[in-house]
Design a protein around this ligand. Structure first.
Ligand SMILES: C[S@@+](CC[C@H](N)C(=O)[O-])C[C@H]1O[C@@H](n2cnc3c(N)ncnc32)[C@H](O)[C@@H]1O
Length: 392
């Protein structure tokens, strides 16, 4: 018997409104199902799916879709998703459409999509923020997977992060995990400063992006700023500009710097063994090799320092239908052990990877009161061991 997969969230560290969370899950499923039907309608309208009554092999369907290199994994994942959702069904070695595709045919028209999206947002306010991104992605999916339109134009139209940011706004689930990260970082900083009253605590956030997690974490540290240095880092310079705009004013304890977690800290101006906390929220799955990224996080930490990892630990159709359009979602190495048809690791996978990278005392926390099978996200806290060591 191995250690329990996910431990109870340390209460009252962070609580969650159970009823609101249950409503969120129902709403999120309704939004996702809309996305599946939209996908089927758009593929059918583009002549990609077999006609009613006909059967076509997977390769034939993907050839009709004319998937560009870099999107082969997405193409496969989309067909599996439609089959799992009962919009396609296996017939021998081939796939056929079910009656659900004809029912969704109206979604080939933008007006019908807009009307359905408006209804969905009204009826499911808890997950309304997920709708615009889904509509944008699914109405432009065929062009993107054919390589006719860059995914970034769809996910970040005109360079704006508004579509993606809408997901984060007033989101009971993401908010819970952000508060959980904030509470854990705050707790470690508090203990460190109490133990070393003349020292500064050093916190480094990797892949800080638009600051979805940084905001709550920085807020939780406001009474510690006199002896705190917070390194807001990302591989993308555009995110550093956004971060500086959002968090750079009146926060002299925050530094902004480029850091690629796929590379060793010492090659990028960061001293190994210098951090008390490294925070990585929804970023490590995006790396070519999670094992290497974790070694670099370990190398950054002092012995006894902690890595806080916030990650999705289950594949969700919503993410395949949206973030799956970004080529980066599929860039992980072929031999990397990830949850099938996704770049993610499950809880056991993270535990194993953290252990291999030299971390001990790995704790996994998720939404209290929810069955393990229904958990989709997990926050891990792992302690770095001594010795620093090579980060490559
Ligand atoms: C999904 S966003 C998450 C942003 C933020 N942490 C949050 O939770 O709101 C992923 C971020 O990771 C960054 N990223 C991707 N690969 C990275 C790498 N190798 N090193 C550092 N950052 C990376 C991206 O630029 C992006 O800002």
């Amino acid at each position: 018997m191995t250690a329990p997969d996910v431990e109870a969230t340390p209460q009252p560290l962070v609580d969650v409104d159970q009823e609101r969370h249950a409503r969120f899950r129902t709403s999120f499923e309704a939004v996702t199902d809309f996305g599946r039907r939209l996908l089927a309608a758009r593929l059918a309208a583009a002549g990609v799916l077999p006609a009613p009554g006909a059967v076509a092999g997977r390769e034939e369907i993907l050839a009709r879709l004319a998937v560009a290199p870099g999107y082969q994994r997405l193409g496969d994942a989309l067909l599996d998703l439609l089959a799992d959702a009962g919009l396609l069904r296996w017939q021998g070695d081939g796939l056929a459409v079910t009656g659900r595709v004809a029912e969704a045919a109206g979604f080939a028209e933008d007006d019908a999509v807009d009307a359905a999206a408006a209804t969905l947002r009204r009826e499911h306010p808890e997950a309304a923020g997920y709708v615009p991104l889904l509509v944008a992605c699914q109405t432009q999916l065929v062009e993107v997977v054919r390589g006719d339109r860059p995914a970034n134009e769809v996910l970040f139209p005109g360079g704006s992060a508004d579509l993606v940011s809408a997901i984060y706004r007033d989101n009971v689930q993401l908010d819970f995990y952000n508060r959980l990260c904030a509470a854990r970082v705050r707790e470690h900083v508090r203990q460190f400063l109490r133990r070393y009253p003349r020292s500064y605590a050093h916190v480094m956030e990797v892949g800080a992006g638009t600051g979805g997690t940084s905001g709550p974490v920085l807020d939780a540290l406001t009474d510690r700023t006199e002896r705190l240095r917070y390194f807001y880092t990302d591989v993308g310079p555009a995110f550093l500009r956004l971060g500086r705009q959002r968090f750079g004013v009146d926060r002299p304890h925050v530094d902004f710097a480029r850091y690629n977690v796929e590379g060793a800290p010492e090659d990028q101006g960061f001293e190994p063994g210098s951090m008390d906390v490294v925070l990585a929220s929804n970023v490590l799955h995006a790396t070519l090799r999670i094992s290497a990224a974790l070694r670099h996080c370990h190398a950054l930490l002092k012995p006894g320092g902690i890595l806080v990892v916030n990650e999705m630990t289950s594949r969700l159709d919503y993410n395949t239908l949206t973030f799956g359009l970004a080529e980066g979602w599929w860039r992980h190495a072929e031999d990397e052990p990830r949850v099938p048809a996704s770049p993610l690791l499950d809880v056991a996978g993270w535990r194993a990877a953290l252990g291999r990278a030299g971390f001990v005392d790995v704790r996994a926390h998720a939404v209290p009161g929810l069955d393990a099978a229904d958990q989709v996200q997990t926050m891990f806290v792992a302690t770095a061991t001594g010795g620093g060591g090579a980060s490559r």
